[in-house]
Design a protein around this ligand. Sequence first.
Ligand SMILES: *Cc1c(COP(=O)(O)O)cnc(C)c1O
Length: 383
Amino acid sequence: MKKSLGQFLSQAQTDGLFRQLAPVSRRNKGQVTIKNRIYFDFSSNDYLGLAHDKTLKKHAEAALEKHGFGATGSRLLSGDSNLIHQLETAIAKFKQKPAALVFNSGYQANIGIISTLYTPQDAIFADRLCHASILDGIKLSGAEIFRFKHNDTAHLETLLKKHRSQAKNALIVTESIFSMDGDCAPLKKLVALKNKYNTWLMTDEAHATGLFGARGSGLCEALNLSAEIELIMGTFSKALGGFGAYLACDETTKDYLINRCRSFIYSTALPHPVIAWNLAAINLVPSLTKKRSHLQKISAHFRSKCQSLGLNVLGETQITPIILGKTNRAVKTAKALQKRGYWVLPIRYPTVPQDAARLRLSLCADHSLKMLDLFIQDLECLI
Ligand SMILES: *Cc1c(COP(=O)(O)O)cnc(C)c1O
């Protein structure tokens, strides 16, 4: 056994695909400290800089003092609390859906929701770039999977035409903002297709929650489509600086999941301070319009600067991936940028397709135009 593990690891090293952890001693205000060196941080999903927010810390501390840390059990046993019900009421309102259910993480939410609602008689049509947790949920469900080309609604329609009628229930699933490409799903067209072919639609708003729409609830809100999308999933772990995830849906779906969803039933509930943090963050986010518009402004500026260097930069959001192709090129460029004081990580196979290795630069509200311009100057010297 150990020998085959060793063989895998040495092959990964040869291919530039060996992954290592990099312990951080501090991460705040767009900077990160690793082994006593401070870097500008381009790797974090803390898009609004909330992970150190003073008000949110106070709410978490107060909950710690009042309720203690651990939930003491799963929600159907001893772990249910008022706080988590308050959080669900707040999310339902925030996401403009009748109900919401909290999950312990985005990964647990996606595998649980999809595998509980769908069966081997069903068909699931998934964008080719959907997150691993969505794909794992589909595998667990046993439903037949059809993957459509990224954001290609014509290809999706071809697949629906051919395969929808054989299935009992069907689902179209996508991320609303794509985590590795930084672009938006064509939600309006997806809603039209789900109506035409009688399927449900599920969106994963992990990278949109906090950032899009007038109240910052996500892309479904921004496009005024919340009422038409049956399953709106999202996380507290990115722009909200918290931890855990949610599904916003109708009451019946929520009750069904409480009764059947294994990743919900067989896991201890979130700790009280985490729930209090998430609740305070949901209440805070609608007021953060300035941070959202700053982030949009610097993202557009940064993207156009990269393009003027002739770089292949994807997307249209705070996630700005620079495609470098070969794994080794991405690894080398990331290392050189790290030497110059920028914490940039290469994203490679199997997270992204082979030969689409990239630098994934996450911009956040704590970044300034000045710092981004310095980064562009340094990048220009390296490519
Ligand atoms: C991060 C992420 C998840 C997983 O969420 P966690 O709370 O980190 O488990 C799910 N879907 C997408 C698109 C993500 O980016």
